[in-house]
Design a protein around this ligand. Structure first.
Ligand SMILES: [Cu+2]
Length: 89
């Protein structure tokens, strides 16, 4: 059975948490909530998942994450310095 699984990353000078796990086959939603001006995290991108977006302060921004393939995937800030990981298993 596929279940909807939304996980929220708080962006506060870092990604909290910075490792998230979804089950393969689930309807996965990754949501960013930037709560601080600190750091350089006003944009997020993922080459692995093909998304890129600005993160307005105190606004949630969500991405659908494909879970058909198991593995480890990265997302990062706009300059690719601060990184997070998504594990699909
Ligand atoms: Cu950065």
């Amino acid at each position: 059975m596929s279940e909807k699984n939304e996980q929220v990353v708080t962006v506060d000078g870092k990604y909290e948490p910075n490792v998230l796990t979804f089950n393969q086959g689930d309807e996965a939603v990754l949501t960013f909530n930037r709560t601080s001006e600190s750091g350089c995290l006003d944009a997020v991108q993922s080459h692995d998942f093909g998304f890129q977006a600005k993160l307005p302060l105190n606004e949630k921004v969500s991405f659908d994450i494909p879970t058909d393939k198991a593995g480890e995937f990265e997302f990062a800030c706009g300059m690719n310095m601060v990184k997070g990981k998504i594990i699909i298993k």
